[in-house]
Ligand binder design. Sequence first.
Ligand SMILES: Nc1nc2c(c(=O)[nH]1)N[C@H]1C(S)=C(S)[C@@H](COP(=O)(O)OP(=O)(O)OC[C@H]3O[C@@H](n4cnc5c(=O)[nH]c(N)nc54)[C@H](O)[C@@H]3O)O[C@H]1N2
Ligand SMILES: Nc1nc2c(c(=O)[nH]1)N[C@H]1C(S)=C(S)[C@@H](COP(=O)(O)OP(=O)(O)OC[C@H]3O[C@@H](n4cnc5c(=O)[nH]c(N)nc54)[C@H](O)[C@@H]3O)O[C@H]1N2
Ligand code: SF4
Ligand SMILES: [Mo]
Length: 682
Amino acid sequence: MNVSRTRHSVCALDCPDACSLLIDVDDAGRGSRLRGDPTHPVTRGFLCGKVARYLEHEYSPDRLLHPLRRVGPKGEGRFARISWDEALDEIAARLKSVSAEYGSESILPYSYAGTVGILNYGGMDRRFFHRLGASRLDRTICSTAGMAGMNDATGHRYAVEPEQFRHAKLIIAWGANILGTNVHLWPFIVEARRNGAKFYTIDPNRNRTGQLSDRHFAIYPGTDAALALAMMHVIARDGLEDRDYVERYTLGFAELKERVREWTPDRAAQLTGIPAQDIVDLAREYATVRPAAIRLNYGVQRSERGAMSVRTIALLPAITGAWRDAGGGVQLSTSYAFQLNRAAVEMPELQWRSPLGRDARIVNMSVIGDALTKLNDPPVKAMVVYNSNPAAIAPDQNAVRRGLRRDDLFTVVLEQTQTDTADFADIVLPVTTFLEHTDLYTAYGHYYLQLARPALPAPGEARSNQDIFRLLAARMGFDDPCLRDADDDMIRAALASGHPHLAGITLEDLEEHHFVRLNIPSPFLPFAQGGFGTPSGKCEFHAETLGYTPPVESRNGNSALRARFPLELISPKGDDNMNSTMASRPENNDWNGRITLHPVDAAKRGIAPNGSVRVFNERGECTLQAVIAATVAEGVVCVRSTRWPKLAADGMNVNMLTSQRLTDKGGGPAFYSCLVQVENKR
Ligand SMILES: Nc1nc2c(c(=O)[nH]1)N[C@H]1C(S)=C(S)[C@@H](COP(=O)(O)OP(=O)(O)OC[C@H]3O[C@@H](n4cnc5c(=O)[nH]c(N)nc54)[C@H](O)[C@@H]3O)O[C@H]1N2
Ligand SMILES: Nc1nc2c(c(=O)[nH]1)N[C@H]1C(S)=C(S)[C@@H](COP(=O)(O)OP(=O)(O)OC[C@H]3O[C@@H](n4cnc5c(=O)[nH]c(N)nc54)[C@H](O)[C@@H]3O)O[C@H]1N2
Ligand code: SF4
Ligand SMILES: [Mo]
């Protein structure tokens, strides 16, 4: 292989690690090898198994190369090639007519994080839809409940930096499958353990990470707040709080102490399934071993009380003073530190030049099923989908599909491959991968800002989201110069926020160095001396609003529902796919088509290993293969997400079962609060 040069890029998948990549490119411009950048302090020269093989996707015969128009019924997947001119003309004409007849808010963008690059995630598309007066999408599908909880706990949603985990003496992965979803944190944990640290996991599923821990706490789904409150009970009862930290930097500890008096380990044991003595041990150890780091990931907040779960957990380090130490505190997400000028990128003020002349209504993406089938003020008549695959990843698929099948809904899908969602499109537009376009990258698992330039040519007629929305704006006749801004103009606008974390960081720096650390101290100890984003600047406990309510769909929730659907279903991430991205690889399709049951639950139902089972509830059903293992507790079942429905024999995946019920705060989906029944398939 003739490697003519090595180029830089950044992995754009929705992963905390935001890896810095190196790609070998031969004389013909073809990429031959991908590897992690050894100079990046968190990537450290390696990639996860998924993206090490990304060139298979890049050069896959399944890549979409030309615009397509649907020629068969919706969902069937029959399309014919058309030119870009025809595609753009048709889209512009349809958007105009829908807007004229039903109002511009009948148009809905639907997107999430197929790429997390600032521009292609949310740049020219936002400007375009603002100018059009389209409905605004509330992008809640992943993390908003956790953000709300973290915000309640800390005000500023900062996090322990990954590099500091090496100094910890106790590390708790709390609803965080580190080996599967955040593997670049792992080497720091290995280093800490070599220096004597203990590593614990708190998770309803004893996955690879749990199997490698020193101790695993098999918590029942959605009961984390009860555990955290009982830990507070033990810490306060035994006087293990950091009195100095509590006095200087927190507010309301006396009331908190009173409030958690009722949260005895026995009471929490009933709810969480973790024995009372284990809760006592965990609380004592957490309060006395320093530094103590909690890696809290988003798994915890995909339950009905997800925000409260995150909030109570994130209060723990303020009680024990863990925030003082390098390697102490909580990491949920580092993203808050990237204080870019998003408004300059998205330009919400363009809404005032739209036919509406005001801010448009907001539609929550987590209830897209209802939005497409029930909204009436006005109904959704046109939808433009990009960076997302709602026909696989959105909850309550039967509702979603009823919506997507509507013949009076005009649907445009911007995609790399022919997903289930693309099968429902009227027009499909081929898009680039992150190796083929420019973008600016933040991260949610480290503190380095990165730039990527195209490393490979786009195949066929594929274009970036940025280019497509510029073209569409022109076709619609919008003459605002900002709808023609170049990528680099928008990156400069993003960097010019005036925030001290970005001071002095320029496009030229990023061009030269590829990644640049934010202007934050090293180590970054955001709350070592208070500094919380609250009115008092202290961590405010607000004990009167703390508490635990079981999810409706859980073993302690609605008993009538539980009598019919006695099993708690969680559907966490697959290790080797990224949501539905790369879930079409045969081995992932196979893995994601299995359900793990506890041996007792399997025996009760006469289910044999590898047997075909029907999993169902009031919303839908799905056929899966049984795996029988005590990696889940009795009463809990687990399916990896997210299979491509069209690759399953019955055309269904786990989201046939999940509900459109929203979290306590943040309007997120309660994917992991889901009751089902399982029986042998007849
Ligand atoms: N390999 C891989 N990596 C990914 C992704 C992927 O699909 N695959 N997805 C990316 C995305 S979009 C995100 S948001 C992140 C998410 O990253 P994570 O939050 O780490 O992923 P999840 O699998 O959602 O949940 C983490 C763990 O929480 C557990 N869990 C479920 N319910 C509960 C509960 O009630 N309490 C507790 N304590 N634990 C619970 C699950 O069993 C799982 O092991 O990962 C990103 N990285
Ligand atoms: N049951 C269950 N459901 C879940 C979850 C779960 O844990 N369990 N997790 C939820 C979470 S946390 C999330 S974040 C969502 C994720 O849901 P999505 O954000 O929909 O993520 P993906 O399934 O990866 O689909 C992203 C799509 O974007 C495309 N894409 C990539 N780059 C580009 C680009 O530059 N332009 C365009 N136009 N398209 C691009 C990819 O080809 C891919 O088809 O799923 C949610 N659904
Ligand atoms: S998916 Fe995550 S771990 Fe894998 S290469 Fe991308 S950023 Fe790195
Ligand atoms: Mo996510």
